[in-house]
Structures are given as structure tokens and as C-alpha cells.
Design a protein. Structure first.
Length: 273
């Protein structure tokens, strides 16, 4: 079987994502951790494939994403890269791999050089602006990640919705704008109230991707194993088991892409207020 079955299709880039936001076309994103699944996602029309540090939980079986190393991320990113043709490859910066602008540059550079990454994602607010700016100066596109930040789970005291209080919501909007000004090319919002996600999406020129953030975002992302119903434990409120509805992996991913594009997912049962 060909590793690149649809080479005629144009690769998704930061420019095409920007154009999708401007045109009001929803951006469909999913995680993947190996070449075979990556190929299925690429064929199904997923726009952005994230090698998430969620692999620490869904692949390695850990309780959190904290044990994931650079070496783990490089291994999985290289594998995913070999399965992609059209989709953009985004890679998560693992815990403690961006404690300074210099270490962020070295580690993000490794993803770009060794795994063909087109964008890196890092968690954190305004305190990351300097790092975002340094990566941007070196031509490395960055997706900033606000709201629930799983790498801070112990500080947060659990996986909880963020930005419910007015001062926290105001602070998140302000931090989103600072990260955009620092050079971020995309924003991911995890587990934030729908109204706040809508406000941030409207305030930013860059695409905003939501997970547990409502249908008003420019795009959606979910963890692949959740939509296939094979994650350990119960699937989160904001996710949906597309495998149970369709019966095959390929059909489940296609159905996810279709409902995201048609703005039929997430529904009111998947959002927080
Ligand atoms: O690691 C991951 O899978 C993520 C998702 C929450 C999008 O960051």
C-alpha cells in the first residue's frame, strides 16, 4: 500500500488555515500517534494531525502527560509524518521541554528538522510570549494552548474547566491576544465555557481550535482513541464515540470530519457554561 496515496492534494499550511478561518470553513483536527492511523486521517480529510502528548495516557497508559519525553515525541512524530500527505503535522512540546527560549528553540527545531513538523504546540499563557516570539523569529509556527493545560494538572488540582469566573475569563482573553501578538499562528482552547471561547475566537485573527470549547471556534480537535471508543475509562463529556455510530475506523474518522465541517459537532451536550 502506498504511504502517500493522495499526493495530488495540496498540503495544509498556516496560510490555508488562515484562509479557512476567513472563509468560515471549519478546521477538522485529530490526534494520531503512528503512520497507519495518520494515513487514515489524511485520507479522511483531517486538516491538522496533532501528535499530542496525550500519547502518554492513551498509548503509554500513564495517569498524566508528564512522563512523556522528547525522545517519545520524536519517535511518534516521525512515524506520523510518514503517514501524512495533505494534513498538516503539529507536534506537542512535552513537559519541561520549553523552560527557556533557548531550550524551546532546540526542541522545536528537532521536531521541524527530524520529523517534518509544520507547527509545534505549547501550553501556557502570557509567560510563554517570549518563547513564542523566539520560535516565530526562527520560522517555527506555534499553536498556543490555553484553558485546561494538562501539563499543569497537579497545580490545577485536577482536569477542570477553566475561565468560568469573570476575572479568569478576562485574563484568558488578554493572554490569547498577547500570544497572538507574540507571533502565535494558531490557538487551542481546552475545556473553557462556550461564551468565552466564542469571544476569543472573534477577538483573534489567527484560527482558534477548540476541545470542549463549543462550536463557535474556527475548528475542533479530539483525541483519536476517544472518538474510536478505545480510550481507558469513560470518554470525556466533550467527546463522542464515532466508532459506535459507524462501525469502522475509516468511517468514524470521515464522519467526525463531516460533522465538524457542517458545524454539527460539538452539540449542546458537549459544551461547558
Ligand atoms: O495532547 C493532546 O492530545 C492535546 C489535545 C487536548 C488536543 O493537546
Amino acid at each position: 500500500m502506498s504511504a502517500h496515496p493522495e499526493q495530488h492534494q495540496q498540503k495544509v499550511t498556516v496560510r490555508s488555515l488562515q484562509a479557512m478561518k476567513q472563509a468560515g470553513e471549519k478546521i477538522a483536527c485529530l490526534t494520531a500517534y503512528d503512520a497507519s492511523f495518520a494515513q487514515v486521517l489524511d485520507r479522511a480529510g483531517v486538516d491538522v494531525v496533532l501528535v499530542g502528548d496525550s500519547l502518554g495516557m492513551v498509548v503509554q497508559g500513564n495517569e498524566t502527560t508528564l512522563p512523556v519525553t522528547m525522545s517519545d515525541m520524536l519517535y511518534h512524530s516521525k512515524a506520523v509524518s510518514r503517514g501524512l500527505s495533505r494534513s498538516m503535522l503539529m507536534v506537542d512540546m512535552p513537559y519541561l521541554s520549553y523552560t527557556s527560549a533557548q531550550s524551546a528553540l532546540e526542541h522545536a527545531g528537532s521536531f521541524m528538522q527530524q520529523a517534518n513538523a509544520q507547527m509545534v504546540k505549547l501550553e501556557g499563557g502570557a509567560e510563554q510570549a517570549e518563547i513564542v516570539s523566539r520560535l516565530a523569529q526562527h520560522g517555527i509556527p506555534v499553536c498556543a494552548h490555553l484553558g485546561l493545560q494538562p501539563q499543569r494538572v497537579h497545580k490545577l488540582g485536577g482536569y477542570r474547566v477553566q475561565g468560568r469566573e469573570q476575572d479568569a475569563a478576562d485574563a484568558m482573553l488578554d493572554e490569547a491576544q498577547q500570544l497572538e501578538q507574540a507571533g502565535a499562528d494558531m490557538m487551542l482552547l481546552e475545556c473553557v465555557p462556550q461564551q468565552l471561547a466564542d469571544n476569543i475566537t472573534q477577538a483573534l485573527a489567527i484560527p482558534v481550535i477548540g476541545i470542549g470549547a463549543g462550536a463557535g471556534c474556527d475548528g475542533q480537535i479530539l483525541v483519536l482513541y476517544d472518538i474510536l471508543g478505545i480510550s481507558k475509562g469513560r470518554i470525556p463529556k466533550f467527546s463522542r464515540d464515532f466508532m459506535a455510530e459507524t462501525g469502522s475506523i475509516e468511517a468514524a474518522v470521515k464522519s467526525y470530519v463531516e460533522v465538524v465541517k457542517k458545524c454539527q459537532f460539538p452539540g449542546s451536550e458537549h459544551v461547558f457554561s
